[in-house]
Design a protein around this ligand. Structure first.
Ligand code: ADP
Ligand code: MG
Length: 291
């Protein structure tokens, strides 16, 4: 594998514990989220340790994006409870950085790269406070780190997909998060952006930032993450990749999209069923079953 250049930045070290939270971590306790069309998450329970890196894997419509939105308090829970460092979403000061799926961002929104990255500091600025020197410094260094200095004054809508992804990574870095959620960051980006994203994850690991990343890339999930969450509205498996990625569980999660070829499970994510959205790009993943 190609060696990655180390990336370093001044992220805040996450607290090990809070007054109300015991060991800092994310907890889902029997979480159900329902849209008018039916449940998207059903009785999801799991716990992510402080500084853990989890890949969230499942077919289209499995509830991966719903899980992230529930975590940042964008969706009401029908039942159950989510605790972040011991506090409910929206009731905590630990910054959570959330990078939505590309399709969910309005790229026509008239902001420059520098503005978009400064938005990462808004949670720290408070109501009507002007950016301080330290906010500007954080923004400039995040922009530099992601190689966007020459593009800083350009509108985000003018950039390529890879450049846009780097803007959102820069925003997340400027935020100095304790928890980072990346929704399909490896879909539709080139190898350079993929490597850059992985380097950011390496650095966040050193800083004990808790990270959840949704991906269709099973190999990446298996080789690069401490834990995987195999999701299809409910938890099919959660734990170390070699324990979770068994043939049985992959078939359970992906149904007819899972095939056996030469002792490997191949997940065909190219052609969604009726009513499902087509995945954006690099789909088609395989995994050698371990059970
Ligand atoms: P994934 O990210 O794994 O593809 P999502 O969380 O986007 O899955 O969606 C889970 C299910 O919830 C899908 O069946 C989807 O159609 C449905 N869904 C997602 N967002 C909405 C919404 N805003 N309104 C109604 N149904 C939704
Ligand atoms: Mg999604």
């Amino acid at each position: 594998m190609k060696r990655r250049e180390p990336i370093t930045f001044a992220g805040a070290a996450a607290p090990r514990a809070t007054a109300r939270g015991g060991d800092a971590r994310l907890d889902f306790d029997c979480v159900t989220v329902t849209y008018p069309g039916g449940p998207a998450l059903s009785e999801v329970s799991l716990s992510v340790p402080h500084g853990g890196q989890v890949a969230v894997v499942g077919p289209n419509g499995a509830g991966k994006s719903t899980l992230f939105k529930a975590l940042v308090g964008l969706l009401p829970l029908q039942s159950g409870r989510i605790l972040i460092h011991g506090r409910e979403p929206g009731d905590q000061h630990d910054p959570i950085a959330y990078v939505p799926q590309r399709e969910e961002i309005d790229w026509r929104f008239p902001v420059t790269v520098a503005d978009a990255v400064m938005m990462g500091r808004y949670g720290r600025l408070g109501w009507l406070r002007r950016p301080r020197a330290e906010d500007r410094t954080a923004v400039v260094s995040a922009i530099e780190l992601m190689g966007l200095t020459d593009l800083a004054q350009r509108p985000i809508g003018d950039l390529s997909g890879g450049q846009q992804q780097r803007v959102f990574l820069a925003r997340a870095i400027a935020q100095e998060p304790h928890v980072l959620l990346l929704d399909e960051p490896f879909t539709g980006v080139d190898a350079a952006v993929r490597e850059q994203t992985l380097s950011v994850l390496d650095e966040l690991r050193r800083k004990h930032v808790t990270v959840l990343v949704s991906t269709h890339d099973l190999d990446l999930a298996a080789t690069r993450f401490d834990r995987v969450l195999l999701l299809n509205r409910r938890v099919i498996g959660y734990g170390r990749p070699q324990e979770v990625f068994t043939a049985e569980r992959l078939v359970q999660a992906f149904g007819g999209q899972a095939m056996f070829i030469d002792g490997m499970v191949v997940i065909d994510q190219c052609c969604p069923g009726p009513g499902e959205e087509a995945p954006a790009a690099d789909e088609g993943a395989s995994s050698r079953p371990t059970g």
